[in-house]
Write a new protein. Structure first.
Length: 157
C-alpha cells in the first residue's frame, strides 16, 4: 500500500522541489485540484510531502530512517513559522474517505521507530513545548476544586 502525506499551515512553508534525476525528500505546494485534501485540512497553505521514493512510504519504514529524520527536521523548522501543522496521511486516491484515525504529536514523535502513519489519519503536529503546555492546562491535569462548605451559615436559618 502506497502512502501520501499532506500537511497544511496558516502561513506559507518553505518548499523543497522534487528532482526525478536526484530523488530526495521534497515538499511541494498542492495544486488547486486537491479539493478533497483542502476539505480535510482547511488551511490556506497545503503541501504534499514525499521521500526519495517519490511517495511518502519511506516515512513508515524503519530501514529508511534518514527519510524520517528529514521529515522531523522539516517539521521542526515549519513550527518556527506556524504554531501548529495539520496533516493527513492516506493511500493515494483515497483522499475522499473520512478520517479514521487522529493523533496529536510532535516532530520528534513522528521520528520514533514505533510511529506509523495510518491510512486516513489526521495528524496535528505541535512542538514539544506546546504539547507540554497544553497538557498542563487541561482540566484533567488541574488540581481538583474544593467544594465550599455552607455549614455555619445554613445552620443559622
Amino acid at each position: 500500500m502506497c502512502l501520501a502525506l499532506y500537511i497544511g499551515a496558516p502561513k506559507a512553508l518553505p518548499t523543497v522541489p522534487w528532482d526525478p534525476l536526484k530523488p530526495a525528500f521534497h515538499v511541494i505546494k498542492l495544486l488547486k485540484k486537491g479539493a478533497d485534501v483542502r476539505r480535510l485540512l482547511r488551511c490556506e497553505h497545503i503541501y504534499y510531502v514525499g521521500s526519495h521514493e517519490g511517495c511518502s512510504c519511506a516515512f513508515n519504514y524503519e530501514h529508511e530512517f534518514k527519510s524520517v529524520l528529514e521529515l522531523r527536521d522539516y517539521l521542526r523548522g515549519a513550527l518556527s513559522i506556524a504554531d501548529e501543522i495539520d496533516g493527513f496521511a492516506c493511500r493515494p486516491g483515497s483522499e475522499k474517505l473520512p478520517v479514521k484515525h487522529s493523533i496529536i504529536t510532535s516532530p520528534d514523535g513522528i521520528a520514533l521507530p514505533e510511529f506509523f502513519f495510518q491510512d486516513s489519519q489526521r495528524i496535528v503536529i505541535r512542538s514539544k513545548k506546546s504539547l507540554r503546555a497544553r497538557r498542563r492546562s487541561t482540566p484533567e491535569n488541574a488540581a481538583p476544586k474544593r467544594k465550599r462548605s455552607l455549614g455555619a451559615s445554613r445552620q443559622l436559618k
